[in-house]
Design a protein around this ligand. Structure first.
Ligand SMILES: *Cc1c(COP(=O)(O)O)cnc(C)c1O
Length: 491
């Protein structure tokens, strides 16, 4: 299995075919594109039948070995077994089985169709990012040990990504994490989750500024290529290919758990921001998983909904980006979207390059086919099963209330966006699976607003805000940041 950049010319792609391990520790391809396999491995009906009986870890192994062909089977089997265990995904709701890893819960079965929730947020940080990040932690440790190397992960977070990365990398040999967050801007719960980690390889840096200041610092340090190389700096953002592949597994799992034969289809609704999660669903569908529709649900930051309704992709300025009550979907552009556009334009890397160059120079592109547009490929979107919808703060509150009243469970704000949009796309005979991307306890402020009471906290999180915190406060100063990294890496 080889990988190429979405912006590779045919000559450069032929010259530099990459293996899974080659792209594991990196982010963007050197040409600025994103990596994709040269072709998608196909799954047969016989394989799907056999996979119905597997545990989550065994299923993850079967799917990953199709992509990570350069990692020995025995090593991959051990890595997936260690990653997907009930001890790691122990925050399942009462009545849901932790051993299932991503248990399904039927919310509604009626004339309009079946509405199902797939819980992806039972891991250590109570959000779906654990599903991929936990695997990444084990893959990194394996790859670094093999090459006797080390890696310093440097990133910025406004919440979910940073904590998922820290809980995945804590205590891992060869890895340190330097995570920037805006000082006093995260929720008390999210702050406590990250800052209460006492592991010596985790460095929490609270930047006196906003999230954009944190991101600017990461960019400034990463643009210093010699500093970056000398200090072995890497990232774990959502464009990382291994993260995307790890997410493919739960689409298979959801399908297999919701059906009894391969002649059945299901649809998924995915609360979306950077298009990483739903991109994994697209890949599962391209591998032959019988997915009918993939519905992208956005909040008020509706870049993706706009594209799927009109064919126009228009990124927002930071001044146009709303701070919403589903904050992990507050994006101005969708960093994984290029992976889908590449497919939509027939895997034409030159054209993908031109379109995303235009994103930089003109803030977007138009594939609607209208006079003066950049192309008419929007007409092919339906072939890939994509649909979309949008949700607002008022919708979120109403949905949280409605789900609590009708089904007796409390869902988080991002999942509420998903349920709101899923209900607009249900069809009799095709179960609609909504991916639950976080647990309500993480976004308690809005739960209190909707229900007038606190969300339940899973065991072990009761007093998290009272734990001792370990972090440093720093001004947004690139040189001081570099000095801090040098001092703590010893490089
Ligand atoms: C990151 C995140 C999302 C968005 O996922 P993408 O892969 O960026 O589309 C949705 N919900 C929650 C809770 C998240 O943490």
């Amino acid at each position: 299995m080889h990988y190429v950049s979405t912006r590779a010319t045919s000559a450069s792609a032929a010259r530099n075919p990459q293996l899974f391990s080659d792209i594991l520790l990196g982010g963007l391809a050197p040409d600025g594109g994103l990596y994709l396999p040269t072709e998608y491995p196909q799954v047969t009906g016989a394989e799907l039948d056999a996979w119905r009986k597997l545990s989550y870890a065994e299923l993850a192994y079967e799917i990953l070995r199709k992509f990570a062909t350069d990692i020995p089977d025995a090593a991959l089997k051990a890595l997936t077994a260690r990653t997907y265990t009930p001890e790691v995904y122990r925050n399942a709701r009462a009545g849901e089985s932790a051993a299932e890893i991503t248990p399904l819960r039927v919310l509604e079965e009626g004339e309009r169709g079946t509405l199902v929730l797939q819980a992806l947020s039972n891991g250590p940080t109570l959000a779906f990012k654990d599903m991929a990040m936990q695997l990444l932690g084990n893959l990194f440790e394996y790859a670094l040990a093999k090459n006797n190397d080390e890696l310093n992960i440097f990133g910025a977070t406004s919440g979910d990504t940073g904590s998922a990365a820290e809980y995945a990398m804590r205590g891992k040999r060869g890895v340190r994490v330097f995570m920037l967050s805006p000082h006093k801007k995260m929720s008390a719960f999210q702050t406590a989750q990250m800052f209460s980690l006492q592991d010596p390889n985790i460095f929490n840096i609270a930047v006196e500024g906003v999230f954009d200041d944190c991101q600017d610092l990461v960019k400034a340090v990463s643009n210093d290529l010699s500093f970056k190389a000398r200090h072995k700096i890497g990232t774990v953002n959502s464009i990382n290919w291994a993260r995307v592949v790890a997410q493919v597994v739960y689409y298979f799992r959801g399908y297999l758990a919701a059906t009894t034969t391969n002649s059945q289809k299901v649809s998924f609704t995915v609360p979306s921001g950077n298009f990483g999660n739903i991109c994994a669903g697209h890949i599962a569908r391209m591998m032959g998983l019988p997915i009918d529709k993939l519905v992208a649900a956005t909040n008020e930051n509706d870049v993706l909904d706009e594209f799927f309704r009109t064919g126009v992709y228009r990124v927002r300025k930071s001044s146009e980006t709303f701070h919403t009550s589903s904050p992990s979907m507050d994006i101005s552009k969708a960093s994984n979207f290029e992976r889908f556009v590449y497919e939509l334009v027939g895997r034409d890397a030159d054209r993908t390059h031109d379109l995303f160059r235009k994103v930089e120079t003109h803030g977007g592109f138009d594939l609607s086919g209208a006079p003066g547009s950049d192309g008419d490929e929007y007409q092919h979107v339906g072939k890939f099963g994509f649909q979309s919808g949008r949700s607002t703060h008022a919708d979120r509150l109403a949905t949280i209330r409605d789900v609590a009243a009708k089904y007796g469970i409390v869902i988080d704000t991002h999942t509420a966006d998903g349920v709101k949009v899923a209900r607009e796309h249900m069809q009799p005979g095709v179960p609609m699976i909504v991916l639950e991307t976080a647990l309500a306890a993480k976004f308690n402020e809005t739960i209190v607003e909707a229900l007038g009471k606190d969300a339940d906290r899973p065991a072990g999180f009761e007093n998290i805000e009272a734990l001792p915190q370990r972090f440093v406060v720093m001004p947004p100063d690139v040189d001081r940041m570099k000095a801090y990294i040098s001092e703590h890496t010893g490089l």
